[in-house]
Ligand binder design. Structure first.
Ligand code: MTE
Length: 315
């Protein structure tokens, strides 16, 4: 195996979160599975979101004025481990995902549990374009013109009980459509969580679109979370369940590697990842690195949520 110095290694080459220990098993079982399914030789499910415009979008004042990353980069470089381990696996393998019919179960600490069809959920609030920075824990970043509305709109309609202190988000885990769910990379389904006040913050977005069009499958269609001041992995894709709970959720990455991934996962340039620094990031499309900002540049809006908390301990 080629051994390189850390300075020679691009952030994109860093082994993705928590795959480190399990990588061999993952590659072995993934390759076997790909063979068994004839994976790669099947025609991709052709229906593409590109060109499916979303009408009546408002521009949100919560947007950054930075230049959005190219559509081609946002849609071809990402993490969606249900579809494979590489940055281009989601683009290649997610096209078989069926995004209709699609329902979202809303349950737990609510007065009236309900299951909502995605097309009904889309009527719950006007869609906005929100241009946000996204900073991945691996050290790369993008500027993404999402389309969606604040998660707070859903929480208001969910009629939560007084016991609800946290929100859990469950991604779909269907091995028929998501071949790598058969591999032991994570304890599926992909589960993420937020404290209720984080979830209610107006910046916290349920995204259903990108660049004014329907959300591409590889980016988490038909509906995903976006929490711009946290590392990208908090933003669960292809959500099928939103559950309100009293206790801090056990999220997929915390279960898999609690030393490396904490529940809070706020972008914090002062807290290194155990295997690399978080002081800088590489914006996709840029050559030089830039300094990472506390809370990914959203400190003014969100720092107050953490008053009195030790953010080195609560990483
Ligand atoms: N959601 C699910 N269900 N599965 C995943 O593997 N990866 C996370 C997050 N949401 C992931 C997920 C990580 S590590 C990142 S950086 C972002 O999705 C990437 O989102 P993007 O591909 O739209 O940039």
């Amino acid at each position: 195996m080629l051994i390189r110095r850390p300075s020679d290694i691009l952030p994109s080459e860093i082994t993705p979160p928590a795959l480190y220990a399990q990588r061999r098993e993952f590659i072995k079982s993934g390759a076997a599975l790909a063979g068994a399914l004839g994976f790669g030789s099947l025609p991709a499910f052709a229906e593409s979101a590109h060109g499916q415009k979303l009408d009546g979008l408002r521009k949100s004042a919560l947007s950054t004025d930075e230049k959005p990353t190219a559509y081609e980069s946002i849609t071809s470089y990402g993490n969606f481990y249900e579809f494979g381990p590489n940055k281009d696996s989601p683009l290649k393998n997610a096209q078989r995902l069926r995004t209709r019919p699609w329902t979202i179960q809303i349950d737990g600490e609510v007065k009236r549990p309900q299951t909502v069809a995605i097309d009904d959920l889309l009527k719950w609030a006007p869609l906005e374009e929100r241009i946000y920075r996204l900073r991945c824990v691996e050290g790369w970043s993008m500027v993404v013109p999402w389309v969606g509305f604040s998660l707070a709109e859903v929480i208001r309609r969910a009629e939560i009980t007084g016991n609800a202190k946290y929100v859990e988000f469950h991604s779909l885990a269907d091995p028929e459509q998501m071949p790598y769910v058969r591999t032991p990379v994570l304890d599926w389904p992909y589960v993420e969580g937020l404290r209720l006040d984080e979830a209610m913050h107006p910046l916290t977005l349920l995204a259903v679109g990108l660049y004014g069009e329907v959300l591409p499958k590889q980016n988490g269609a038909p509906v995903r979370l976006v929490v711009p001041w946290k590392y990208g992995f908090k933003s669960a894709k292809s959500i099928v369940r939103i559950r309100f709970v009293a206790q801090q959720p056990k999220t997929a990455w915390v279960k898999s590697n609690p030393e490396e991934y904490g529940f809070y996962s706020n972008v914090n340039p002062e807290v290194d990842h155990p295997r690399w620094s978080q002081a800088q990031e590489r914006r996709i499309g840029d050559f030089l690195k830039r300094k990472t900002q506390p809370f990914n540049g959203y400190a003014e809006q969100v720092a107050r949520l953490y008053t009195g908390m030790d953010l080195r301990r609560n990483y």
